[in-house]
Design a protein around this ligand. Sequence first.
Ligand code: F6P
Length: 359
Amino acid sequence: MRIAISTGGGDAPGLNAVIRAAVLSAVSRGWDVLGVRRGYAGLLGEDEVIPLTRDSVRGIGYLGGTILRTTNRGNPFHYPRRRPDGSIEDIDRSDELIARVRELGIDAIIAIGGDGSLAIAQQLHERGLKMVGVPKTIDNDVSGTITTFGFDTAVSTAIEAIDKLTTTAESHDRVIVMEVMGRHAGFIALHSGLAGTADVILIPEIPYDLEKVCEKIRERDRAGRRFSIVVAAEAAFPRGGEASIMGGSLPGEAPRVGGIADRLAQEIQACTGKECRSLVLGHLQRGGMPTGYDRLLATRFGGAAVRAVAEGRFGEMVALQSPHIVTIPIAEALGEPKRVDPSHDIVVTARATGISFGD
Ligand code: F6P
């Protein structure tokens, strides 16, 4: 038996723990394991396919990033290629990829990725490759699994940042707006904002009204709390408006959301007269060592992915449905996007503790 492992999309703390657990589980069954570097680039002649042995994964379980590297511009069905005139065309390289998989004698592929990479895994499965998915995203926006590894680490990083911003905001009587990741979903903002005791949390699932945000800040001022912390998911948007999009996306890359912190800080300063500052927490949320929770979840996912291959559960992905790791069809997970439920107890409790959602 020969399997391959690939990591696609944005990295997330815990990827190396998945790789380690999958390699050790497979090797102990006597299987051969290959690592496809940089998404599927290794199978398209643009990077390498490397053997993964016990030695290759020794000591990597606690490391952030991915030893296989990754890309969010490597969809083999829509691969960006530069024409001689410099313009970019989008080509389907899936036949080439499938031929290379057969040539290398790969029996099954464990694809570790978020919704984009899982959609590619599903398409490859429909084209006859034996795929098992492992959901990965710091945004926690993959359905069918209670959580994804990387999310806990990102939330912990955001909480630590809120703690630090609170002391400086209080010293200066300032409002500080902190922007966190979450391209489609507000989980990082919600969880870190509640645990870090922010004053305002803005998420795409609850469009905000600037006047309500400012009113919360004025109300705190009247109560002698002259500083405020606003945690905004990068994709949050005002009622009737749209999320801020940053320019500069590369070919094959999805549009990049972001810029809300700076915009909001200016708007809040204009409407309250208070001194405002902004911070984009950015890729700090994706970097560094995974928390113990993420390391354990990632390790469980890696082991479960190999068991799924052994049991022939192709076209499925591993998922946490506490207390168990199960497998579910990738198509099912992709069917319904996971978003914050505005009636969830976390939102209800946040409101009960006085946090405003700007609505
Ligand atoms: O999908 C995870 C994510 O962290 C999003 O929250 C964010 O918009 C995106 O990745 C940014 O990724 P990159 O800078 O790698 O394009």
